[in-house]
Design a protein around this ligand. Structure first.
Ligand code: GDP
Ligand code: MG
Length: 213
């Protein structure tokens, strides 16, 4: 049966090359930790449903940069049609933390007139012994930018669900309050649908869909 969701949110994942963006997305969407080989062109996208409250599902469409971040050549289109983002650094790589500001500036300059709700993510938290960025300073930076901060590990599946779910909840609250609105020609938020009539065959046709918004 067709998946039923209230909204679809499009998210991006940004941060320096090798901080673990692709592995985090794979862990979340495929439930496993695997070495990821980036395709050489284009972007990859993945999707998954999350249940933010009992019976309330949101479909996430998550875009991966497919290696362009190495050359800082991520296009405007990548940012512009997104409502949310995970901004990653690697807790064992101080340089990637220092670059958080530049990533945020880049995103903000590309995303006008929209804005993106970001979550700051300190990734590879399983490598505690090699930590170069304290939780305290990362929380301080996140606070200065009005973001939440979460530490994750794709390898050990720590806080992966939590990171995506918290961001989804924050965006959902902004949609509910009217601070974020669905707009024609913008892919960031789309309204979902539920079947009006559930057929015995469990097939839902287009005419049976009822827009929720
Ligand atoms: P991207 O360039 O940001 O997409 O980074 P990748 O997802 O390709 O990961 C870069 C490297 O970091 C790979 O060698 C991964 O195996 C490793 N990596 C990714 N996530 C984790 C993690 O949670 N813990 C550890 N220890 N290594 C990770
Ligand atoms: Mg990658």
């Amino acid at each position: 049966m067709e998946a039923i969701w209230l909204y679809q949110f499009r998210l991006i994942v940004i941060g320096d090359s090798t901080v673990g963006k692709s592995c985090l997305i794979r862990r979340f969407t495929e439930g496993r930790f695997a070495q990821v080989s980036d395709p050489t062109v284009g972007v990859d996208f993945f999707s998954r449903l999350v249940e933010i409250e009992p019976g309330k599902r949101i479909k996430l469409q998550i875009w991966d940069t497919a290696g362009q971040e190495r050359f800082r050549s991520i296009t405007r289109a990548y940012y512009r049609n997104s409502v949310g983002g995970l901004l990653l650094f690697d807790i064992t790589n101080r340089r990637s933390f220092q670059n958080v500001h530049d990533w945020l500036e880049e995103a903000r300059s590309h995303v006008q007139p929209h804005s993106i709700v970001f979550l700051l993510v300190g990734h590879k938290c399983d490598l505690e012994a090699q930590r170069q960025v304290t939780r305290q300073e990362a929380e301080k930076l996140a606070g200065a930018y009005g973001m939440r901060y979460v530490e994750t590990s794709a390898r050990d599946a720590i806080n992966v669900e939590h990171a995506f779910t918290e961001l989804t909840r924050d965006i959902f609250a902004l949609v509910r309050s009217g601070d974020i609105t669905i707009q024609e020609g913008w892919e960031g938020v789309k309204s979902g649908f539920v079947p009006n009539v559930v057929h015995s065959s469990e097939e839902v046709t287009k005419s049976d869909r009822r827009c929720l918004c």
